[in-house]
Structure formats: C-alpha cells, structure tokens
Design a protein around this ligand. Structure first.
Ligand SMILES: *[C@@H]1O[C@H](CO)[C@@H](O)[C@H](O)[C@H]1NC(C)=O
Ligand SMILES: *[C@@H]1O[C@H](CO)[C@@H](O)[C@H](O)[C@H]1NC(C)=O
Ligand SMILES: *[C@@H]1O[C@H](CO)[C@@H](O)[C@H](O)[C@H]1NC(C)=O
Length: 396
C-alpha cells in the first residue's frame, strides 16, 4: 500500500514536472486587462516573445476573465517547449472586416507545445455566418479560423473549447504528432462551413475523447494526411467525420492511414464518409478504417461518395480519378435518418478496391420502408451481420 502510493505520487510528480519547472509569463504583467473590451494582442505578443526566448520550458498564462483579442500569430521557433494556458475566455472581434488575415489565433513553427487551461476561444461567428456566401461562390473570402496550427510538431491541445468560429474552428497544416484530448468544439448546427478540426498535409494527428457540435464536418481529413486517429469522439450536430473532399486541386498528396474508432455520431447529416470530386486529377486515399461507431438518427451513416459535387460546381458526369482502397467499416450500429443507410458509390474509372463491410446494424423507421444499402463500382468483402442487406441495390 505504502509503496503503491509512493509510486503513484512519483508518477504524478513526474507527469507534472514540466509544468512545475516552466517559467510563467502572466499576461497581467504585460498590461492585459480582462475587461472584455481592451485588446490584449500587444500584451499577449510580448509575453509570448519573452516566453519563447526562455532557455527552459515556459508558460504563457491567461487567467480567468474575458479578454478581447484581435488576430495574433504566436510564432516560433522557441528555445524550449511552450505552454499556452488559457483559463479565461478570449473573445474575437465579431466583425469579419476587422481581420486582415484568415486566422485569429495562429500557432506557427513551434516544436513542443501544450495548449490547456479549461478556457474558451470565442470566435463570435454569428455575423460572419450571415455574410458567408461560400455556398454559391467558389472564390469567396476565407473567413478567420479560430485556431490555426501551422508547422507545429509534438503538441498536446487539451481541456480547452473553441466556440462559434467564423469558419473552420481548427486547421492543422504541416504538423507532426499533435494530440487533441478532452477538446470541445461548439457552434450551432446551422453555422456555415464551421468544420471542427480540419487536417491537411500532416502526420500522426490524434483526436481523443472529445466533443464536437458544429455546422459542418466534425473532423475533416484533407490531402496529405497520414496516420490520423479519431477515438472516443462525440459528433453532432454536424456533417460527420469525413475524409475529403479530395480531388478538387492538382498535386494533392495521398491520404494514407485514417483510424476512426469508438465514436458516437448524433443528429448529423453524415456519419463516416469519404468524398471525392468528379472530374478530378488522379489521387490516392488508402488504409481507412471505421470501427465501433454508434449512429443516432444520422442521415447518411456510411457513405463513400465519389461524385461529391455540392452546388453543382463541377462536371458531375466525368468520373473521379481518386483511387480509394483498403477501407473497412466494422461494427456500425444505430439508427439512420434516411432510407439509404449505407451507400458506397465509387468511381467508374478507378473502382474501389479492398473494401470490407462487417457487422452493420442500422435501422430506418421512415415511411418509405426499411433501410437499404446501395453500391456502385465496388465488390466489397462482406461478413457478419448485415442489416440492411449489403449492396442489395445498385446506386441509382
Ligand atoms: C541561455 O542559454 C545560453 C546558451 O546556453 C546562455 O548563453 C545564456 O546565458 C542562457 N540565458 C539565460 C537567461 O539563462
Ligand atoms: C509527441 O508529442 C508529445 C507532446 O509534446 C510528446 O510528449 C511525445 O514525446 C511526442 N512523441 C514523439 C514520438 O515524439
Ligand atoms: C469509448 O469512448 C467513450 C467516450 O465517448 C469513452 O468513455 C470510452 O471509455 C471508450 N471506450 C473504449 C473501449 O475505448
């Protein structure tokens, strides 16, 4: 008993040792006021600059209170690992025209970063959503994202919330080994283009035990993503957990290794999906696995859509050239909010290879009749329970 508690205490000490040793840079000492109106960007940048220059690991501390913050880039490289501890709320300007760039809080070129503290990044997106015209205009302006991680390695983002971002909540670009844990995303189901966490050109990104409620994809995995792990995530409202859309641009890099496990999706327009544009350049998406997913009232629970063409912005009749292979859907159960519970619609020119469907149990209770499963240009390996019967219909 005594030994066990000694070992426990030691482990506790070890796990907090980086925090204990970190030199603290309190933004109050740089003139920041938590009055909700005074812009703290200069104070925050000064505190960051000093912390970043510290020889030993350093912590920038934002205490409780509400702090107005215009856009900031928190730039590395830093001399030692950094911690950004947000205890209070950071509040963005509500008016998008007050931004010069498309990022609100940007972490860039940092190796070793912890973002923590229980606080909230409040993007105040309501006005931006009302002005958003991206549903008709492909060249629309990118509105500021709450958080951008650009070329950040070895980071842990935990116990913080992003609220009401103007567009995507989080964008992960060019990063390696980043974990989101106990991370919360909150925005209304009808807020436009507010993806929870978007990942691109990054490797070793994990999203664990997190809650994402938003108006677009809870998690979206873009080109050049490798070894992406999503586990214990509650998603919805939103558009589900998506790979893609892929194939919109030239020179997209392959997506390889996406593991979505033990997630619950509730009241979303999609569950787990892979989407590629028609008439696309050649591309690759491989080794993608979706297992132990509970669907509650999800409109398209299981979906591969190689004819993804929102607002008719493409030549829908020209097949996609993104090759999809090594995909599994296993132990997916619950309820569908539309009759087509499973739809695997692959490209006519590059059919899907090596697709496995095991133990599906999805019920639909609408007036058209029971749930159906539709397939096109794919011959999946089918095993276990299949409700609805796998690929009983050809995609119409
Ligand atoms: C930081 O480290 C450098 C190189 O080891 C050393 O020259 C400098 O004195 C250190 N600065 C402080 C404030 O400890
Ligand atoms: C990944 O990042 C975490 C958090 O900074 C770090 O503790 C861990 O050692 C890193 N893992 C590798 C393999 O570098
Ligand atoms: C599944 O995820 C939930 C969180 O949604 C977590 O509480 C639970 O421990 C996870 N189960 C397994 C077997 O990992």
């Amino acid at each position: 008993m005594a030994i066990r508690s000694y070992v426990g205490a030691l482990l506790l000490l070890l796990s907090f040792s980086s925090t204990i040793n970190a030199e603290v840079f309190h933004i109050g000492n740089y003139g920041a006021k938590g009055d909700g109106t005074s812009d703290i960007s200069r104070a925050l940048l000064s505190a960051w600059k000093d912390a970043c220059a510290s020889n030993t690991s350093a912590k920038v501390l934002i205490p409780g209170g509400t702090f107005a913050l215009s856009e900031v880039v928190l730039e590395g490289p830093c001399k030692a690992p950094m911690e950004f501890q947000l205890q209070g709320t950071l509040r963005a300007p509500a008016d998008p025209s007050r931004f010069k760039t498309d990022g609100w809080v940007v972490f860039q070129h940092i190796d070793g970063l912890i973002v923590s503290g229980g606080g909230t990044f409040d993007g105040q997106g309501k006005i931006a959503w009302e002005q958003n015209n991206c549903n008709g205009d492909t060249n629309c302006r990118t509105l500021p994202f709450n958080l951008r991680l650009n070329f950040v390695d070895n980071a842990l983002i935990h116990d913080v919330t992003t609220l009401d971002s103007k567009q995507f909540h989080v964008n992960v670009l060019g990063c390696k080994n980043v974990t989101f844990r106990h991370f919360t995303v909150t925005a209304p189901g009808d807020s436009l283009n507010t993806d929870g966490i978007h990942i691109g050109r990054s490797a070793g990104i994990s999203i664990i035990d997190s809650n994402i409620k938003t108006g677009d994809d809870c998690v979206s995995v873009g080109d050049g993503s490798q070894q992406i792990f999503v586990t214990g995530v509650n998603c919805g409202p939103g558009h589900g957990i998506s790979v893609g859309s892929l194939g919109k641009w030239k020179n997209e890099e392959p997506v390889v290794g996406v593991f979505v496990k033990n997630c619950t999706i509730t009241g979303a327009t999609n569950g787990v999906r892979i989407k590629t544009w028609p008439a696309s350049p050649a591309g690759v998406a491989s080794d993608m696995h979706f297992e132990d997913i509970q669907m509650n009232d999800v409109a398209n629970p299981v979906l591969i859509d190689q004819g993804y063409c929102p607002w008719n912005q493409c030549q829908a009749q020209v097949p996609s050239l993104v090759k999809i292979s090594k995909v599994s859907f296993k132990r997916i159960k619950g309820t569908s909010a539309s009759q087509v519970a499973v739809k695997i619609a692959c490209s006519k020119l590059v059919p899907c290879d090596n697709v496995e469907i095991t133990d599906i149990d999805l019920a639909y209770h609408g007036p058209e009749g029971p749930a159906v499963s539709e397939c096109l240009n794919v011959r999946p390996l089918i095993s276990g329970r299949q409700y609805p019967p796998a690929c009983a219909k050809v995609v119409s």
